[in-house]
Design a protein around this ligand. Structure first.
Ligand code: ZN
Length: 288
């Protein structure tokens, strides 16, 4: 077990080391998009070797020239080219809530995307990053970001050893594919709880002292300003406190009770859903 965890950490570190460089080539996500859901056997998160991301990725099949058809890369996690997001832009974001109170009886459906702020709190906040919206704990969709030429997501980290801080940039598209693919391949074994690799994330290597697994993301003490997308792409959401994760869930889906592994899982799924609203990230679906 320990050996395998070490192996996993080593691989994750390698991912971090490559940072902006792509983990996954264009051919590979095209393959992912085209594969029927059943072709990759679900692998358990167990002491056996890691799900064969690299193995899958090292055999790119001949591909149709998607890039020539679409002005932006196809969204990665759609399983069929007939997926609605291929054909049409996503619906516009909902208008800000009117200040007037709505009748309480209308709040039964699952449409209510977030709990309402307490009285005296504005329903919106200044967007803390270009990739964040003015809704608390909410980021723009991948479609929106790529259309607006936002391709890399940056964040600050600090080395636990030399204490220097520096910025890391992640390639939005490639990193999101990596996260989504991990979820797709492991969701059955997760059982609605974050696996240990999410609970104890591998950290990037320090750019100054080269200490491995040492650079912790700097997480804003002001929860409105947490860089959620950066933490998702680096798979470092586990560095958040339970309270911070509950804040995310409170403002996005209301399932905010439970232990950290449960709330962390909901945070991962919730952020992926924000990025790819039509993607396979529904918690209720995955519970089955
Ligand atoms: Zn250092």
């Amino acid at each position: 077990m320990a050996t395998n965890e070490h192996e996993i950490n080593r691989k994750r570190r390698n991912n971090h080391d490559s940072e902006v460089s792509s983990d996954i080539g264009d051919d590979d996500f095209t393959k992912l998009s085209l594969s029927p859901p059943g072709t990759t056997r679900p692998r358990l998160l167990s002491p056996t070797p890691r799900p064969p991301f690299q193995e899958i990725l090292s055999h790119p099949p001949p591909q149709p020239p998607f890039q020539e058809i679409f002005p932006y890369p196809p969204l990665p996690l759609q399983l069929s080219p007939s997926h609605p997001l291929f054909m049409a832009p996503p619906p516009p974001p909902p208008p800000p809530l009117p200040p007037a109170a709505t009748p309480p009886s209308q709040h039964r459906g699952r449409k209510n995307p977030a709990s309402k702020p307490r009285a005296g709190k504005s329903p919106t906040v200044p967007a803390p990053f270009p990739w964040a919206t003015t809704q608390r704990a909410t980021v723009h969709s991948l479609h929106h970001l790529l259309q607006n030429q936002i391709h890399s997501i940056s964040g600050q980290v600090q080395c636990k050893r030399c204490e220097k801080t520096f910025e890391i940039e992640y390639d939005l598209h490639n990193k999101f594919i990596a996260v989504g693919k991990f979820i797709l391949q492991n969701k059955h074994s997760m059982r609605d709880r974050a696996p240990s690799i999410w609970m104890n994330p591998a950290l990037p290597t320090c750019r100054f002292c080269n200490q491995e697994n040492s650079s912790k993301p700097i997480i804003s003490g002001n929860k409105k300003s947490i860089n959620w997308l950066f933490l998702l792409l680096g798979q470092m959401l586990g560095c958040c406190t339970l309270e911070q994760l509950k804040y995310f869930c409170k403002h996005t889906n209301n399932h905010r009770t439970g232990a950290k592994d449960r709330v962390l899982y909901l945070t991962y799924l919730g952020l992926c859903k924000q990025l790819d609203p039509a993607g396979p990230f529904d918690v209720s679906v995955m519970k089955k």
